[in-house]
Design a protein around this ligand. Structure first.
Ligand code: FHN
Length: 684
């Protein structure tokens, strides 16, 4: 993902970074200054599969407190445990059976190429002996540096050592906000001093353990902002250019779906949690993290374990969509893995031992849905291996590859007898015959070698910035394989082998219906698709006679789950403001109203990134609806506007937690930019 321009580093951070940044860097990866993103991501994309470890003081109560038994790593917050009752766990933390080598070996044997362990979770307790706090393993009877031992063991077993670090910190006196239920005073708390501590610890971790990934979390509270996220991301890049940083360093994660909704967001990969995206996202790196039962931290009573088959099939599903799988283990207080986790890791490892080549270094499927299983891919010289992961053997005794037009070099079962499998073709589909018995009930894999890159017959997609335009629009066609010819018509008729062949964009000047179809060596190999585009008249500009700079902002208080009708509410204050931004407050709503200047007649895109909900109107027309109770999400809409001033209204509310409000505008053909205060005005 794009990295925002570097920002001013606050003086105290400069000191902090310079203390940390200038120390010996012998532990850190030596990386060329001009590392490309592909070079940075290469090992991680090759890995596809990693182990997540949530371990800390919360393993001692093991999910139980005050009669409750369903807690995990959130036990201090969820069970409202005051600090004075939680800190004694530190004196009880003595994992005498901790064996870093055993952990690293189990990860390696399971086919996991990297391991992410909680250096600090939300309770603030550090699994390493930090120079910046006593709230760490150094203050326990155990004393040993867990991260150092695990890093060394990972290196012995060829597993990349990585760390998870929580921004949210329920212990540090300078972290805000306090828990709503706790008595602890926030007097004297200085969040900027907390940020210096956070930067200092991140610097410590990089300097001492050189993690392959810095996996941030806990970024959703109102005190953390996009700007802070960018500065922390910049620090990581400065400390270790080769180190990956997930998108939770920034505030744009977009909830559990885990994908940053804003082009401003920083982070090297998206982080869906406990869910697998329905489809892959070409060009976007992402990793699904998931528990093996229902808890991240150890819960002694949680028996809801996923089966090894479920874990294997999730790994295959994720890899077939081009993602990584980070599967969690919550170790017990004595330092051992729960036996149920050990069993599953061993079963997954047995599968990976036989079929790991179909996962490690694999790419996404070229097909849409496959009813019988999934497909992963890997280049082999000029050809391509399609790994066909069969979950269920169809009654017909064969599996279909819809639209596969490639020439087949060979087909055989992985891990089975070197048995060549029969293939047959219909007009556009390929069928592979299966043996009576498949070798692996969880997931058997067939290696199908096809010539060149896979040719999959699928209808083209018709792509354009919008379906309306003012004076011109460029339409593009996208095919499922470079070998396909895309042909189209502009009168809605069915394309044939003599229709115009698509080569670059299609320039429209008037309302038009574009119809397109895929051809292979002169033969139609897909159905046709169509899309209509309409030329519209721009909304006329309004008078700005006597207008003054800035927008009117009305402020409301309330506890909403969706935008109310502010017009029906008693307002608390009105003021003129020069820019549109969120208030880091809770139970608050704003209505901005006034004029926005559009400098050229065009189809204009407005984006509204907000936490919680928001709506944007132009000349009374609802252009962006991003209402609802959600983390930072960005929505957009278009409207045709003549050059000049237009009425603008924005309603926004924040219930609790993070707050965000950012508006961007621009011609639909360009990237919208933050709304300049110079374009905002209001009538007296
Ligand atoms: O609150 C944490 C939770 O404890 C756990 O660490 C997960 C793992 O990604 N992340 C947060 C919830 O989104």
């Amino acid at each position: 993902m794009r990295v925002s321009p570097s920002l001013l580093v606050l003086p105290m951070f400069a000191a902090c970074v310079s203390d940390a940044g200038h120390s010996s860097s012998d532990a850190r990866s030596a990386a060329p200054a001009s590392l490309t993103q592909d070079e940075r991501m290469a090992w991680w994309r090759e890995a596809r599969f990693g182990m997540f470890i949530h371990w800390g003081l919360y393993a001692i109560p093991a999910g139980e407190w005050g009669g409750g038994t369903n807690y995990g790593e959130w036990i201090r917050e969820s069970a409202h445990i005051p600090l004075e009752q939680y800190t004694p766990f530190q004196a009880r933390f003595d994992p005498v059976n901790f064996d870093a080598d055993a952990w690293a070996r189990m990860a390696a044997d399971a086919g996991m190429k990297y391991l992410v362990i909680t250096s600090k979770h939300h309770d603030g307790f550090c699994l390493f002996d930090s120079e910046l706090t006593e709230w760490d393993v150094g203050g326990t009877p155990f004393k040993r540096d867990i991260l150092a031992e695990l890093k060394a063991a990972c290196e012995r077993h060829g597993v990349r050592f990585c760390t998870y670090h929580s921004i949210m910190d329920w212990h540090h006196p300078d972290y805000l906000p306090r828990r709503s239920w706790e008595e602890r005073s926030s007097t004297g708390a200085d969040f900027q001093r907390f940020r210096s501590y956070l930067h200092g610890q991140v610097s410590e971790i990089v300097r001492k353990y050189d993690p392959g990934v810095m996996w941030f979390d806990g970024e959703w509270e109102s005190t953390w902002t996009h700007e802070y996220g960018v500065q922390l991301f910049e620090l990581c890049r400065e400390l270790s250019p080769a180190m990956l940083v997930n998108n939770r360093v920034d505030v744009h994660r977009g909830g559990m779906a885990g994908f940053s909704a804003s082009s401003e967001a920083v982070g090297d990969f998206g982080t869906p949690e406990q869910e697998i995206p329905a489809r892959g996202m070409p060009g976007v790196d992402w990793e699904t993290c998931m528990t093996m039962n229902d808890h991240w931290g150890f819960n002694a009573r949680d028996t809801h374990w996923k089966s090894a088959r479920e874990c294997i099939r999730m790994l295959v599903d994720i890899a077939s969509k081009g993602g990584n799988y980070l599967l969690n283990v919550g170790p017990r207080a004595d330092g051992t893995f729960p036996p149920e986790a050990v069993e599953r890791l061993s079963a997954i490892g047995a599968w990976m031992k036989q079929y790991g080549e179909a996962i490690h270094g694999s790419g996404p499927s070229p097909f849409d849905e496959l009813a019988w299983g999934r497909c992963t891919t890997k280049r082999q010289g000029d050809d391509t291996l399609l790994y066909l992961h069969v979950f269920e053997r169809p009654e017909s005794g064969e599996i279909v590859l819809p639209g596969l037009g490639s020439e087949i070099e060979s087909a055989h079962l992985l891990g089975g007898p070197e048995l060549a499998l029969d293939v047959r073709r219909t007009s556009s589909d390929l069928y592979v015959a299966l043996p009576e018995m498949l070798p692996n009930a969880d997931c058997s894999v067939i290696a199908l070698l096809v010539r060149g890159t896979p040719v999959v017959y699928r209808a083209p997609t018709i792509e354009a910035p919008s379906e309306i335009f003012v004076d011109g629009l460029e339409v593009e066609l996208a095919g499922s394989s470079p070998e396909l010819e895309l042909r189209y018509t502009l009168d809605g008729s069915e394309p044939n082998a003599t229709s115009t062949r698509y080569s670059a964009h299609i320039a429209l000047r008037d309302s038009t219906t574009v119809r397109a179809r895929a051809f292979h060596r002169g033969r139609a190999v897909s159905s046709s698709v169509e899309r209509s585009f309409t030329r519209v008249e721009p909304k006329p500009a309004v008078s700005a006679e006597g207008a003054k700079p800035g927008l009117r902002r009305q402020r409301f208080s309330g506890n909403w789950n969706a935008l109310p009708d502010f017009g029906a509410l008693p307002l608390s204050e009105t003021q003129v403001v020069s820019k549109i931004s969120a208030a880091h407050e809770e139970y608050v709503g704003y209505r901005y109203s006034g004029l926005v200047e559009v400098q050229s007649t065009d189809l204009m895109r407005f984006t509204l990134a907000c936490d919680d909900g928001g709506r944007l109107w132009v000349d009374g027309e609802l252009v962006v609806d991003n209402d609802g109770l959600h983390g930072t999400l960005e929505a957009s809409g278009v409207v045709a506007l003549a050059a000049g001033y237009h009425a603008l209204r924005i309603d926004w509310f924040n219930k609790t937690g993070g707050a965000e409000l950012a508006v961007r505008m621009g011609p639909v053909r360009a990237n919208p930019v933050p709304l300049s205060p110079a374009l905002l005005a209001h009538l007296p």
